[in-house]
Design a protein. Structure first.
Length: 164
């Protein structure tokens, strides 16, 4: 009779990664609810909402960076993708802040950027950590598609905001 193995099965999802992604989803939902909610009150209420949005968005991007570090530390992403994420995570955070500012300036359609950026980054972190996902999606194509989409969704708000 063989002893039970302590190593997880290839398709298993680590509990730490699930907890990290659950916290990230909570911050993501809070950011969307805060930014899509009504802008009301006087100057102090608007300043309070701006600080609330700032703190939640910053926390969300920190959680996304930690998720990417977890995915990369386990060996799930190529070194080139890891280097690109070092620059792309702050860049996408700035793009997200610009999109949130555009929403505050009555461009409500700009919610598309905060809606799409965090799930893309979280998907890549999850993909890099889970062997079953990596087996189903080729590394080079997945990295190119996600990194390219994050770059475009981060740069577009900056370009659009420069003209409005």
């Amino acid at each position: 009779m063989s002893a039970p193995s302590d190593s997880p099965s290839p398709g298993a999802i680590p509990y730490g990664m699930l907890a990290l992604l659950a916290a990230t989803f909570f911050l993501y939902a809070a950011l969307i609810l805060i930014s899509a909610g009504p802008i009301g009150g006087g100057g102090e209420a608007r300043i309070a909402q701006a600080y609330e949005t700032l703190y939640v968005a910053f926390g969300l991007w920190v959680m996304l960076a930690v998720a990417l570090l977890a995915g990369g530390a386990i060996g799930g992403m190529s070194p080139a993708a890891g280097v690109l994420w070092v620059f792309l995570v702050p860049f996408s955070g700035v793009g997200n802040f610009v999109a949130l500012d555009m929403m505050d300036r009555h461009m409500t359609w700009a919610i598309v950027f905060p809606l799409l950026l965090p799930p893309l980054i979280a998907f890549y972190a999850f993909w890099a950590r889970i062997p079953a996902l990596k087996a189903g999606l080729p590394a080079k194509r997945t990295s190119l598609a996600v990194l390219g989409a994050v770059f475009v969704l981060s740069a577009l708000p900056m370009v659009i905001a420069a003209y409005y």
